[in-house]
Design a protein around this ligand. Structure first.
Ligand SMILES: *[C@@H]1O[C@H](CO)[C@@H](O)[C@H](O)[C@H]1NC(C)=O
Ligand SMILES: *[C@@H]1O[C@H](CO)[C@@H](O)[C@H](O)[C@H]1NC(C)=O
Ligand SMILES: *[C@@H]1O[C@H](CO)[C@@H](O)[C@H](O)[C@H]1NC(C)=O
Ligand SMILES: *[C@@H]1O[C@H](CO)[C@@H](O)[C@H](O)[C@H]1NC(C)=O
Ligand SMILES: *[C@@H]1O[C@H](CO)[C@@H](O)[C@H](O)[C@H]1NC(C)=O
Ligand SMILES: *[C@@H]1O[C@H](CO)[C@@H](O)[C@H](O)[C@H]1NC(C)=O
Ligand SMILES: *[C@@H]1O[C@H](CO)[C@@H](O)[C@H](O)[C@H]1NC(C)=O
Ligand SMILES: [Ca+2]
Ligand SMILES: [Ca+2]
Length: 880
């Protein structure tokens, strides 16, 4: 059609000036402009490449009106939504609606309530936001997985500006609301670049609105693809064949399912609903994306052309992805997935006069496919399929013996799926399989990325060039980055001069980053250094917050002028929960008790929306890594690497004055402590004392624990339940323990009383912050049933107060009792603690304190003018 050397000029012109060529339907009638777009994304790295590409297009042709977050995949909701808000703010697009979560559920009879948050695949969705992770467990949780995605490798907080939009409890628009608003407003195109939970729920709830969706572009699945990753040379004997030549890309689940791709595997039943919705679908599967890797030529060209903030952000992210990639196969195994999908979609929409989806970037072909949701034989009832098992009428009236009625994969280690002989799994859940007959849906499928006809260009795919041109184009560019938005922000570290001080007892604080833990931390930082010398913080991300929330700890320390205190990241899985064969992934047997939505991770990860008001620390999680610590290579700044809890612990021991021992306060699951004492026998002997906040010693059947989300388990307390094996390990050790159990915590969890005290005392920045957080928790508790458990967090502060104070002041009563912890893998009993005269371990138990004195001490200490905040807030930090 065009002379070779003019081709790129044309593509460039088309892109900048809007793909204006053809906005006519196949029949030739002009269609209304602009084309409205809704993007459903899991906010992975590659997702915001796609988002930025869409935001750069001429808005009179393509108008992205809404973004909804798939909360069931590669990122966690609280981190994802704030990153999205920041990206949109950078791009000057605060008008784009953002939806995340929702508290609605699906009833036993299949009734779908409004505002289902989509935190769980439909098969696990009940009436709350807690539930299992049969599919999501394929996604790595920590470093190399969601930890890196949530923080965008640590680049996000260094780079993105910060606007006024952010997650706020109870006022955050939900996914279903945004979908409803945008889809009911008129014809719209949807792009789905995560799992399909949100969309499927929407179509099941509002089938009459399907007619407004003109087209769905999907990144996902593998149809006839042959995964090129992990192939061994033919005659190699040493190479371990990983996934190679199979349709799927579940590199963590290959031994159970070589057929599925992550997005579709995230919720196969949802994907089935979307594919079978009757709405025209264009699929960009691995077949096509496997042919467009981020190769070296593309990478090098990109490095040289970064004319906009969005190009810089994208390049820096890609570079960190490359520098931390395992093995040496980044250039052949990191593909353009979602970004390529956005390009193909836009190009098809610009060429609607052409047949069969012809476009600039991909070869297309029609195929008849379905999505496999269960495995043959159908009609069995083996306990794997909650749509049928134990129900008189199958959920959603599904057909007995139909395609959804077979065995459904229950997890990565599902024995049904694991092949006995050749190591190649046999489950097909999530496979976008070619079929004939009534199940077949005719779908336009991208099969291959188009080659660049210009043999002299280093960029040998047409889309490479488009991507770089679009991101670097001056139109619709980002307005600033963090540094240019906040020129007064200084990367300084604040450290007290400890040399001339007589320091108190050395303390290590082990926290799971629940709201109460941050208040306990503030409290510990306020206790005179002569009483407590807080040596280190270790994080147990096995409780109420995700690992990436570690940045809030850094920010609190920065605020309080304590950038000298090291922060160590602990194991992301409870003991015995990660897979022995692949430790980056594992089960969620215990942590599934924490709600994903309101009152759970969504709120902890944002500190109920307040974390962004804290001063921003130059210290934060970073994916920077070092060969010295087992990384595949040194990144640009290996010295910045996030230390692990074990390393921080070791360094504390090294700097300990002779004769001194450490006091440990744990405010979360005992994962870290159990690891420390079992990996190093000497560790116990260097621990003076351990204060454990948690456990419940029931004194009668009415005296229940606090596990509100596990109805079968009446008597456990969260910190023990979340890692029962760790609790057992600690309670069978030689450690000297004081337990601060639920009953005494409950005696000091009156919001009214503490708020009254805090309002009266002279205020410091930190007491004001504590007052804000506590008032918010109190209001939420009064207003919304999802926040009923807020007392739990107020009670948690007691450990810090008790540890720090002259005991007589609080009039504590302590009793020594022999304690045992249940940890045999039975959900209804795990984590329970009881008195066992014969076999229990003698533990001091705090039974009572004077609550009036307690509230006084807490409020007074927080408003003590010494050891007060160095910078009060983010706003103050950025003032001239
Ligand atoms: C966007 O498209 C409109 C309508 O075709 C055109 O008038 C306008 O100049 C374009 N803007 C840019 C920046 O290309
Ligand atoms: C932000 O942009 C400025 C100006 O382009 C640049 O000097 C700075 O390095 C950027 N900041 C980051 C974190 O990349
Ligand atoms: C593999 O086989 C090919 C031909 O059969 C041979 O040329 C090559 O050297 C072999 N490679 C190894 C590593 O044995
Ligand atoms: C898909 O199915 C339709 C209807 O059964 C059939 O006409 C068509 O040939 C099939 N297409 C392919 C590519 O198999
Ligand atoms: C650890 O988990 C496995 C199953 O994954 C189980 O068989 C084993 O009993 C568990 N070990 C303990 C000590 O609970
Ligand atoms: C709680 O309800 C009160 C009164 O209805 C209202 O003023 C307040 O804003 C609500 N707070 C929250 C956090 O929803
Ligand atoms: C708690 O302490 C306050 C102040 O010292 C005292 O007045 C009160 O009687 C004490 N309460 C109990 C139950 O001992
Ligand atoms: Ca994605
Ligand atoms: Ca806690």
């Amino acid at each position: 059609m065009v002379l070779k050397n003019n081709f790129w000029v044309l593509v460039f012109v088309l892109l900048l000036f809007g793909f204006a060529a053809n906005f006519h339907t196949a029949k030739g009638t002009p269609r209304p402009r602009p084309r409205r777009i809704l993007l459903d994304t899991d906010v992975d790295t590659d997702d915001f490449f796609a988002l930025l590409y869409l935001l750069k297009l001429n808005r009179s042709d393509f108008d992205l009106e809404g973004v909804t977050i798939n909360t069931n995949a590669w990122s966690n909701a609280g981190h994802a939504v704030n990153q999205l808000y920041d990206i949109l703010y950078m791009m000057g697009r605060d008008d784009v609606a953002v939806g995340v979560g929702g508290e609605g559920g699906i009833l036993k009879d299949g009734t779908i309530l409004p505002n289902v948050g989509g935190y769980l695949p439909i098969i696990e969705q009940g009436v709350t936001t807690t539930g299992g992770c049969r599919y999501r467990q394929a996604i790595p949780v920590g470093i190399g997985g969601r930890m890196d995605v949530d923080t965008n490798f640590g680049i996000r907080k260094a780079f993105l500006p910060q606007g006024s939009r952010r997650y706020r409890p109870t006022t955050q628009p939900t996914t279903q609301q945004v979908m409803y608003d945008k889809i009911s407003a008129g014809p719209i195109t949807v792009m789905a670049i995560g799992a399909h939970t949100n969309l499927a729920i929407f179509f099941m709830k509002y089938p009459h609105l399907k007619k407004n969706v003109e087209h769905i572009y999907v990144m996902g699945g593998g149809v006839k693809s042959k995964n090129p990753t992990g192939c061994c040379p033919k005659n190699s004997t040493s190479c371990t064949r990983q996934q190679c030549g199979d349709p799927g890309n579940l590199y963590t689940a290959y031994t159970s399912n070589p057929y599925a791709e992550f997005n579709i595997f995230g919720d196969p039943f949802a994907a089935y609903q979307v594919f079978h919705s009757g709405i025209p679908i264009t699929l960009i599967p691995l077949d096509a994306t496997n042919t467009i890797p981020i190769n070296k030529e593309f990478f090098d060209t990109f490095e040289k052309t970064q004319n906009t903030y969005e190009a810089q952000y994208t390049f820096q992210s890609l570079k960190m992805a490359r520098d931390t990639w395992f093995g040496d196969q980044f250039y052949t195994s990191y593909f353009m997935w979602d970004s390529f999908t956005s390009g193909v979609a836009v190009s098809i929409m610009s060429n609607l006069n052409k047949k069969n989806g012809e476009n600039e970037f991909a070869e297309m072909e029609y195929m008849n496919i379905t999505v496999v949701t269960s495995n043959k034989p159908y009609g069995i009832s083996d306990g794997s399929n909650p749509f049928f098992d134990g129900l008189k009428v199958p959920k959603f009236n599904l057909k007995r013996g139909g395609v959804h009625s077979g065995h459904v994969q229950t997890g990565l280690e599902d024995p049904f799926c694991i092949a006995k002989n050749n190591g190649k799994g046999r489950c097909k859940d999530g496979y976008t399989e070619v079929v004939t007959g009534p199940e077949a849906v005719r779908v336009l499928v991208a099969t291959k990325a188009k080659l660049n006809p210009d043999p002299n260009s280093p960029l040998d795919r047409t889309f490479y060039k488009s991507f770089l041109n679009v991101l670097n184009a001056p139109q619709n560019s980002g307005r600033f980055n963090f540094t240019t938005q906040f020129p007064n922000y200084k990367e300084v570290l604040y450290k007290p001069d400890l040399k001339k001080r007589r320091l108190g007892k050395p303390v290590v604080f082990d926290m799971d980053m629940s709201a109460g833990d941050f208040l306990a931390l503030l409290y510990l930082l306020k206790v005179p250094l002569e009483v407590i010398n807080l040596k280190a913080i270790i994080i147990s991300p096995t409780g109420w917050a995700n690992a990436a929330t570690i940045d809030i700890v850094y920010d609190i320390l920065h605020m309080m002028g304590r950038d000298d205190i090291p922060v160590g990241l602990g194991e992301v899985f409870a003991l015995n929960q990660s897979l022995p064969t692949f430790s980056a992934v594992g089960d969620c047997k215990y942590i599934k008790a924490i709600p994903h939505g309101s009152g759970g991770f969504l709120d902890s990860d944002t500190l109920y929306g307040l974390a962004r008001d804290l001063p921003r620390s130059p210290r934060r999680y970073t994916a920077e890594n070092s060969i010295k610590y087992g990384a595949p290579r040194d990144t640009d700044h290996p010295e910045l690497r996030q230390p692990l809890s074990q390393e921080v612990w070791d360094s504390v021991l090294k700097t300990l004055d002779p004769g001194l021992k450490i006091t440990v306060l744990t405010n979360g699951p005992l994962t870290n402590l159990a690891k420390l004492i079992s990996s190093n026998k000497k560790a116990s002997s260097l621990i003076q004392h351990v204060y454990i906040v948690g456990g419940h010693i029931s004194n009668g059947h009415m005296d229940k624990g606090n596990l509100f989300s596990v109805p079968s388990n009446n008597y456990a307390e969260f910190n023990m339940f979340l890692d029962p094996l760790a609790a057992k390990t600690v309670f069978e050790s030689t450690l000297d323990i004081t337990l601060i159990p639920l009953s005494v915590q409950r005696s000091v969890s009156s919001y009214k009383k503490i708020l009254k005290k805090l309002r009266k005392t002279k205020t410091t920045a930190e007491s004001r912050f504590a007052l804000r957080l506590l008032s918010l928790l109190h209001l939420l508790k009064q207003n919304h049933s999802r926040y009923n458990h807020m007392d739990t967090f107020l009670g948690e502060i007691l450990g810090a107060v008790f540890l720090a104070n002259d005991h007589s002041q609080l009039s504590p009563s302590l009793q020594v009792k022999p304690i045992k912890v249940y940890a045999h893998g039975i959900e209804s009993k795990d984590g329970q603690t009881w008195i066992d005269v014969k076999k229990g371990k003698s533990v001091k138990i705090l039974e009572n304190i004077n609550d009036t004195v307690y509230y006084n001490v807490l409020a007074k200490q927080l408003s003590y003018e010494k050891q007060s905040a160095v910078i009060a807030s983010f706003d103050e930090q950025n003032k001239q």
